[in-house]
Design a protein around this ligand. Sequence first.
Ligand code: ADP
Ligand code: MG
Ligand code: MG
Length: 902
Amino acid sequence: MSKYIYTFGDGKAEGSAAMKNLLGGKGSGLAEMNLIGIPVPPGFTITTEACNLYTKNGAESTFALIKADVEQALHQVEELTKMEFGSAENPLLVSVRSGARVSMPGMMDTILNLGLNDVSVEGLSKRTNNPRFAWDSYRRFIQMFSDIVLDMKPTTKEDIDPFEEIIESVKHAKGVKQDTELDVEDLKSLVVKYKEAVKAKTGNDFPQEPQQQLWRAIQAVFDSWNNDRAKYYRILNKIPEDWGTAVNVQAMVFGNMGNTSATGVGFTRDASTGENIFNGEYLINAQGEDVVAGIRTPQQITLIGSKRWAESQGVQEDVRKTQFPSLEESLPETYLELKNVQEKLEQHFKDMQDIEFTIQNGKLWLLQCRNGKRTGAAMVQIACDLFREGKIDEKTALKRIEPNKLDELLHPIFTPEALKTAKFVAKGLPASPGAASGQIVFFADEAKKFAQSILVRIETSPEDLEGMNIARGILTARGGMTSHAAVVARGMGKCCVCGAGALNINYKQRTLEVGGKVYAEGDWISLNGSTGDVFEGKLQTQEAQLSGDFGLIMDWAEKYTRMYVRTNADTPKDAQVARKFGAKGIGLTRTEHMFFEGERIKAMREMILASDLAGRQLALAKLLPFQRTDFEGIFEAMNGYGVTIRLLDPPLHEFVPHETAQQQELAQEMGLTLEQVKQKVHELAEFNPMLGHRGCRLGITYPEITEMQTRAIIEAALNIKAKGLDVKPEIMVPLVGNVNELEHQLKVVRKTADTVFKERNDTIHYLVGTMIEVPRACLVADSIGQIAEFFSFGTNDLTQMTLGFSRDDAGKFLPYYINNGILKVDPFQVLDRQGVGKMVELAVKNGKSTNPNLKVGICGEHGGEPSSVEFFHIVGLDYVSCSPFRVPIARVAAAIANLTHA
Ligand code: ADP
Ligand code: MG
Ligand code: MG
């Protein structure tokens, strides 16, 4: 029989850090902290397996299975705390906390102070001799339980939480700002009003029976795995549906007992910059949710953090000291204890930790630890620092890099010139770095309104996730570095400034007022997430600097990789950028892109509309010099490395005008009638152009095109060679599915090249190979391999054709497939290992069986996607090729794949 309950407490635990999959991140962290002697309130974890059983079989059978063990474990907590669950005099209160394998901030639910009712609140009050605390806990519990379990949370963006509304009106009547200013009588009357609200909304009294509270809460946490925002978060972060969440039931400790009690969140290093400095925020006399919710402005844990904060907010030192003191100042002994705990945790886990803690009457308790989320810049710096500090070796440091996150470092910042003249609007906290300009929107679901939007909110909530992802940047008026907006934005690598207190946001009027000036929806603003500055208007940006620790990571990638990385580039400029990022050659140059500009498109159209071979040759002769110049630039940028040039691929229909006015113009230029042009365009139209007259089918029916392109390539290569550079041209024939197709094109290429060699009285070594993108080519790759010198997988077309999904039409059903679990991920983004991957594997095996020297690579979009790169490593490709900005990502992904599958 499976074990579904794991207990922890008093320095012992049935679980450990190694059991993340079963116990969730939170549960395994709580267990491990117990094992290493860190003070953690006792409790137990219900496993993710139990959650999956619940999802499959429902509550009744699942709860029957775990009931006895839950009771037993609860009993153990009672013994350790010397309190009793459900007792009137000495009630044990617990929290019921969600916790999946990976953290999903704010996505799922947690309930605090469970076990309280009308009777035990009096008992708690007497026992602690702190009635204010007891009633504060009860009103909090009613709100959380009702919001989550009784579904009283507001459902539309205009509604506010019914309980928030009540507390606001009570505070207003009393003329106070903070809930800490409410006294016992206020809190008692709050409880009465809360219960009335529950009765009015649900028709039932607030549940008084602690056992019933517990099981309903457990069920609600299980259910929260499948709420909409959790589902969306999983799609966004590619988290499998079947992981499930664990449930942690844990004795409460109280940060709301008075002025020597507090709750807070900390990071062992700076999650935004990576700086090795303990930091975080806390609130005196508060419970956990207050810090993340951004209800009050949290204070800094450390003195240095507090001073930096005051400076950034323009707060004077005397004000800071009296109104916003650091924990280091307000509770110095507890602070020291916390400082030691965070050091111990980092030493133990050998990575930056994100911790949650509560102080009850001066006594410190840890409630959570995990590897902290961080920005791309912090990720790089922390990995390199931990290596330099001797805590981890370079392989481990490299494996700490999440390749996709490097993207953030490659992105622009505001130019110094733009900053000089920029009009400063306000300062907030530098919550997530980067630079972003956009038009103001005030509601997450309206982020799409503008191509570049900045989401401006008083504070964000988990419902805003989708809009946050769409917006270019996020700006909030409230909340600290650990507020929802800050944590989520860092996770997304999205620029965010939060807690800009000077902003007055009016949702109804859709305005933002600051310093007397009013900004409306649609107005442009700019955010610097690295400094917290907010500017008016749209600012110029510049590219990022790639040196220092970034360079070190790239060196390690170089050292540990087996595959190398090329780039897809159609212009000399792209080729140069990619070289800077460490690309070793070009995996794909699409020649058709060279035909669209100015004079070129005219010549191209002439070629297409020509009625005979002579006409086509005349037009092609005009295109030749353009192609040759482009190739020269690319060869020059890639000195010493291979450059794969693909022969013309798209259907010709894409090059001709489809509107009468343009057709008229073309007719005039070519001395044809409009009718003739229309007729030709009509002839070129195809029912299914992607499966039509394209790829090598063009070069086979019009060999003069292949001849011209080969000539341009070979002439350019000889010209650059003459400059003393090392040129390695590779000519790639697209869309081959049959060896005879390749054979045909091979003859044209070889003959043309020989002609040029004779004319020039010079030669150069070049390769001829094929793109593998038709399923049939994979099946007959042994015969194709006999005459091809290289294969390059075109995984875009190969995916399209293997799945039978049109890339251009899949948008109609693919999102549904993914949302409903028919497909786990978009196969055009992440290689479908089971299907398309099999094709690739088969083709490599077949090709190499007849040509052991066959060079194999991939040039589809998947070449820059880390999990696909891992697969290409496993099946033994020589290289992957991707767009220039993905090159560093692919390099690190390739090296990590090599380390992981050594
Ligand atoms: P999340 O996953 O959203 O962070 P948690 O389960 O960590 O939710 O709960 C949020 C906060 O509630 C915690 O950071 C902590 O401050 C508080 N909390 C949870 N359990 C307890 C407990 N047993 N005693 C005191 N505070 C608690
Ligand atoms: Mg937490
Ligand atoms: Mg293709």
